[in-house]
Design a protein around this ligand. Structure first.
Ligand SMILES: [Cu+2]
Length: 371
């Protein structure tokens, strides 16, 4: 390996010497030549090539833009989505105009002012007025764009309105789990990653009364149309990223660092289906952080519907606590004594477990006989 590096160094040294020698030669010819004998082979062709590339490049740029139209983001279904879109297109329009002006001048001048016998370059060292104009105009435009962007950013990143529907979403290899505050208290309970088990995938903390009625759903998220949604985002193992293209929601899910994003879906799934003429349309939540082999499968349906439908759907959902207690009646012993009676309301099948004996070892024997 050392020899290889040494050999490489020698080769590179040789190349450097060769380049230096060539430079020397070029410098010598530049200094000695007068205009009369300056070599100008293919000058006209080179000049014409600039114009050719200008036209071909313009056609290519316009074509690539038009042909990629189908891959642009779909029409936004949230107010902040429409706002960021309009700002994106404002920025894009200004950039496109500047791009075409600058590139046109770059290529056109190279052709227009190509070497011709007898031409003499003008020495034009400074023009304060011109410099002021080309500095001030872009600076003002940039300042306005930054101000508009900053205003939208602070609005989008502000705290969710108090009446928002709070929903927790957790990424895991490979899927999303969605937790709802339940229908009793409409409050999400605490969680602790240390409590994660195969039954309690989100580590819901049942020493918090608000957790009791929480339910989870690993296949779809239902939200009310026109009402802000406050997403609380978590990851269980590696980095994931919540992406709801139609809502212009994109936020990383980071293990150990909860994130959040709020948005207002203002077009229901039904409305979108009618608008697009596609009865199978569904909003999609995807993962945009390559998180492992099953990353492609991290899809979740988002259903935006009216309040009555969301409420009806919630009524049908089974609290997570019921599922856990059904699978493992002994779990009741892990719930603080003062909450056990309440927890039993969620476990109709384990009603024989006495909440006073549950804390002792006999509870294990009593409940295991029920299984
Ligand atoms: Cu992923």
């Amino acid at each position: 390996m050392v020899y290889l590096v040494g050999l490489l160094l020698l080769v590179l040294l040789g190349v450097a010497i060769a380049i230096a020698a060539k430079l020397q030669k070029v410098m010598g010819s530049v200094q000695s030549n007068t205009e009369a004998d300056a070599p100008v082979p293919n000058n006209k062709i080179n000049g014409a090539m600039w114009m050719f590339f200008l036209i071909a490049g313009t056609v290519g740029a316009v074509w690539s833009y038009l042909s990629a139209r189908n891959y642009f983001l779909p029409e936004a279904s949230s107010p902040h989505g429409r706002e960021t879109d309009s700002q994106f297109w404002l920025d894009m329009s200004l950039l496109t105009i500047a791009f075409f002006i600058v590139n046109f001048l770059l290529f056109f001048f190279a052709w227009k002012y190509q070497y011709k016998k007898g031409y003499k370059a003008t020495f034009y060292p400074e023009n304060h007025k011109l410099e002021l104009i080309w500095t001030a105009i872009p600076a003002v435009i940039m300042a306005v764009l930054v101000f508009l962007g900053f205003r939208s950013w602070t609005q989008i990143m502000s705290d969710a309105p108090a009446d928002a529907q709070v929903i927790e979403i957790m990424g895991k290899q490979f899927g999303w789990i969605v937790r709802y505050p339940g229908i009793q208290d409409n409050k999400l309970g605490n969680y602790n990653f240390k409590l994660i088990t195969s039954d309690n995938e989100m580590g819901v903390d049942y020493s918090d009364e608000a957790s009791m009625d929480d339910f989870i759903n690993p296949s779809e998220m239902h939200v009310e149309v026109g009402k802000p949604v406050s997403l609380k985002i978590r990851a269980r193992d590696v980095l994931h990223s919540v992406f709801i293209p139609h809502m212009r929601v994109k936020m990383d899910a980071v293990p150990g660092m909860p994130t959040k994003f709020w948005f207002t879906p203002d077009k229901s799934t039904e409305q979108m289906r009618a608008e697009l003429g596609n009865p199978n349309f569904d909003y999609e939540i995807a993962c945009t952080e390559v998180c492992g082999r099953g990353h492609f499968a991290m899809r979740l349906r988002l259903i935006v519907e009216d309040k009555a439908s969301v409420d009806a759907w919630k009524q049908q959902q089974k609290p997570l606590l019921s599922t856990i207690l059904e699978a493992d009646p002994k779990f009741i012993s892990k719930i603080p004594e003062k909450l056990r009676a309440k927890a039993m309301d969620y476990a109709p099948y384990v009603e024989e477990v006495d909440s006073t004996t549950a804390a002792t070892g006999s509870a294990a024997a009593a409940t295991s006989s029920l299984r």
